[in-house]
Design a protein around this ligand. Sequence first.
Ligand code: 5AD
Ligand code: SF4
Length: 438
Amino acid sequence: MTAPRKLFIKTYGCQMNVYDSERMAEALGASGYVTTERPEEADMILLNTCHIREKASEKVFSELGRLKPLKAANPDLKIGVAGCVAQAEGAEILRRAPLVDLVVGPQTYHRLPAMEAEIRKGNRALDTDFPTEDKFDNLPKTRAKRGPTAFLTVQEGCDKFCAFCVVPYTRGAEVSRPATRLLAEARDLADRGVREITLLGQNVNAYHGAGPDGDWSLARLIRGLARIDGLARIRYTTSHPNDMTDDLIEAHGLEPKLMPYLHLPVQSGSDRILKAMNRKHTADQYLGLIDRLRAARPDLLLSGDFIVGFPGESDADFEATMDLVRAVGYGQAYSFKYSARPGTPAADRPQLSAAVLDERLQRLQALLSEQQRAAQEAMVGHEVGVLFEKPGRMPGQMVGKSDHLHAVHVAGADLQPGAIRRVRITGSASHSLAGALA
Ligand code: 5AD
Ligand code: SF4
């Protein structure tokens, strides 16, 4: 028997790419590949790319440049580009980077085994279709044991067309997967050891998929998933404020398996900028939504995304964002300098200077870090649920995630990964909490 070929995947960007990378590894598993953490021993290297911000394509080309010595050392090494840069650049990648053997978009990676056979013959392969068949229905099944947490993509693409964003172009129109399929997949994950599932979608709360008794919303899907034995925790990301329906808000109060953490990006606190971004809601509407969510689930920890320096953003607009952040009190957040993405409406508008973007990002991040620190410190003295995932760096230590998604480490915990325990939080460090079994 020949030794299995080795596959190294480097994943950029969002959790949906993490999910896709796992599926690509499974797809190539059927062609005899096992994954490796070491690129230098790989027979195939896949870059699963992200196109959301900055000079994404240029970064991919320079990363490809860095792979040249590996290809020189092993002429049989195959190199592929997957994900959103592959979708956006397509044949341009094959033209500019002669060492690339394969380019595959986010909707066609179920065809990887056939593409792999093609490139082993010495040909190059390119597939960036939006196919009619569902890639998830066409991926090989595996029974391999899983860790305690898993992602499950329930919805892909986006119809919102925020003026800054490439997603509607790279990932295409909003498509939801059938709820019946998702229930079956979630049951299978639970059977394989998964205790927490994070439902993924670019606009996950726009989810509407065929269930056993008609169309299911995300809230209905969460209720269905909550009935699965062994599955203890459910999360979902990323949401749009305009799709935060009554039943979903209610679910945060009624469904104990739905964890008290919500990533709900607002991008800006200025109505003028929100309008220019095509967000179709105001700052007050967002704040009203937060009030309703907190009424349903008072300990809800909120996370958000912010863009500073969107074209036309004045000092007053930026201050409105700072005010909104102060009004909400985020437990966690991501903030970015606006980056013009070719092909999006805002890319052609007059841009602000780099100095303004730097200064605003620094001020916003200082405020958000302060809020994150305060949210962590507020946990000290309280009891939370923790799902333990792996041993920590210290002997006898276990680390896991709290209900609120804080990393928690517990010393002298004689526990297996997958165990869920009540933990009393005893201290807060920069990016984690310390606790003791309650
Ligand atoms: N510039 C800066 N940030 C962006 N995001 C999306 N597109 C851009 C862009 N062109 C941010 C948004 C989004 C997150 C995933 O990335 O905040 O919510
Ligand atoms: Fe991009 Fe806006 Fe769609 Fe989110 S909602 S994926 S930011 S277009």
